[in-house]
Design a protein around this ligand. Structure first.
Ligand code: NAD
Length: 500
């Protein structure tokens, strides 16, 4: 039985004993200078179980003065950390990778409890998140530099990459572990110290990660953690602190623009991983079963709450009926429930606002004439559930095609040729990722080259890889995470002209 079949009271009961493995009840404070402490104001915020609305934990609710204290500590720790050998920094990250992997099941349960995602999704996230620790343990000892001769033949040109200073790291709730390691690991590998402001919905996983790093030998102050229910003044204090030189933000385009304006006041280096609106193209001649396999991964990972989630499906007319029937069958078979229940394939959405947004987008499409093939109505509370939903023949102009859906909702649009698919795919201000299925690889690659996206998945439903540069074009972001590029975001390129 899925949670969608339970009464509201049964759903509440099933979540009452939310699994908080991995969360130490003593660890509820702010990490400042190597110690967990309450907010200066004494305020606390509730962390909720999105499956039941029950309070999972109460944690410190930071204000601006706490952000300043954590940044002061990171600034004080900065010179010594920057002076450690790359091998030493690599060792801390490698030990953190091992500890994180050893305790992976605990971390997965904690992610699932506070974010709501299924345990299977949480376990995949743990593997993905851990790999950033390992990858940057390996990259820490490979920071490049170069020496060349000036074209005129006189002096030498010596180029090196130095740690940029304290990094302000702001992360979203949808990958409570991976978005943290994707920033913290390259920052530390580069020789920067950092202050992390995790999302208010999912601070517990971030706290556990910070402790693992400390246990792995990270010096006091090198990483601060400030959780808050009121992010604007806290992030403002971070960005205004004279020691901060880098902002790395993952979240919505809307908030990203606000922070870019703020960062401009201090000319900070900015790495911005913002919202997506990924098109999923199924071109004429595609293997429909393979495209359905990819669609399920691209749409349903984290219940559709990934920035890389397939947002809009453009399917060639010759395959449209078969694809729609297959997707309806497969999405209809997904068990919706509390993330920790082993049968669950799709957990709740993160909060009530997310359910309201999904309902608004689906209702708008249906009002405009889309055919509802599956789902389409949220159950009564408690819990923030929205069912897997498939919409066919979604008319142009529907909000579900223009906005980031962030729910298990798949809008399908029929196209007549590749040119139409590409034109519709590019008709957005976003450009994070796109998916292309085609029978011939050359056709898929030709199409991929025409798509305005920082990443393209060809004949597969997943792009994320710590070894690959992750990021968007257009309003989906600036800079890259992962790969060697991700580390260089935390460095300043410096050039020395040398006569010898
Ligand atoms: P969000 O922008 O609301 O919040 C992200 C972070 O910013 C959180 O830590 C939040 O507390 C903080 N924040 C919110 N308002 C702020 C303000 N006024 N000033 C300073 N900080 C503020 O996004 P979200 O709802 O947490 O996450 C979902 C969004 O993140 C989606 O748009 C998704 O596409 C995007 N995302 C992007 C990537 C990527 O790599 N491109 C990855 C994951 C999520």
């Amino acid at each position: 039985m899925s949670a969608m079949d339970l009464t509201a009271t049964e759903r509440a009961g099933s979540g009452a004993a939310a699994d908080l493995a991995g969360h130490d009840p003593a660890r509820t404070g702010l990490l400042v200078g190597g110690a967990w402490r309450p907010a200066a104001s004494g305020a606390e915020l509730d962390v909720l179980d999105p499956a039941t609305d029950a309070v999972l934990a109460r944690v410190a609710d930071a204000g601006a003065e706490d952000a300043v204290a954590a940044t002061d500590a990171a600034a004080a720790a900065g010179p010594a950390w920057a002076a450690t050998s790359p091998r030493e920094r690599s060792g801390v990250l490698q030990r953190a990778f091992e500890a994180f992997t050893r305790r992976g099941e605990e971390v997965a349960r904690l992610i699932s409890a506070e974010n709501g995602k299924s345990l299977a999704d949480a376990r995949s996230e743990v593997t993905y998140a851990a790999e950033f620790l390992r990858w940057y343990a390996e990259e820490a000892v490979r920071v490049p530099g170069r020496l060349g001769r000036a074209p005129g033949g006189g002096n030498r040109i010596l180029v090196s990459h130095r740690p940029a200073g304290v990094a302000a790291l702001v992360t979203p709730w949808n990958f409570p572990a991976a978005m943290v390691t994707r920033k913290v690991a390259p920052a530390l590998a580069a020789g920067c110290t950092a202050v992390l402001k995790p999302a208010e919905q999912t601070p517990l996983t971030a706290m556990l990660l910070a402790d693992l790093l400390r246990e792995s030998g990270l010096p006091d102050g090198a990483l601060g953690v400030v959780t808050t229910s009121d992010p604007a003044p806290v992030v403002d204090a971070l960005l205004g602190h004279p020691a901060v030189r880098v902002l790395s933000f993952t979240g919505s385009t809307e908030v990203g623009k606000v922070l870019l304006r703020r960062a401009a006041d201090r000319v900070l280096r900015c790495a911005m991983e913002l919202g997506g609106n990924a098109p999923f193209l199924v071109l004429e001649g595609s293997d429909v079963e393979a495209a359905l396999d990819g669609a399920m991964v691209a749409k349903m990972r984290g219940g559709g709450q990934a920035c890389t989630a397939a947002n809009r499906f453009y399917v060639h007319r010759s395959l449209a009926e078969e694809f729609a029937a297959g997707l309806t069958r497969r999405m209809g078979a997904v068990v919706v429930g509390r993330g920790a229940d082993p049968a669950t394939g799709c957990g709740p959405l993160v909060d009530r606002a997310a359910v309201e947004k999904a309902a608004r987008l689906v209702d708008d499409a249906v009002d405009r004439g889309a055919r509802l093939l599956l789902g389409g109505a949220a159950p009564d509370g408690p819990g923030c559930f929205y069912p897997p939903t498939v919409l066919a023949d979604v008319p142009a102009g529907s909000a579900v095609l223009a906005e980031e859906v962030f729910a298990p909702v798949a809008p399908l649009v029929v196209v007549d040729d590749d040119d139409e698919a590409v034109a519709l795919a590019n008709d957005t201000e976003h450009g994070l990722v796109a998916y292309v299925y085609a029978g011939e690889l050359s056709r898929a690659l030709r199409t991929a080259e025409r798509l305005e996206a920082g990443m393209v998945a060809v004949n597969r439903g997943l792009v994320s890889d710590p070894a690959a540069p992750f990021g968007g074009v257009k309003e989906s972001g600036l800079g890259r995470e992962g790969s060697q590029e991700g580390l260089l975001e935390y460095t300043e390129t410096t050039y020395t002209a040398v006569d010898w």
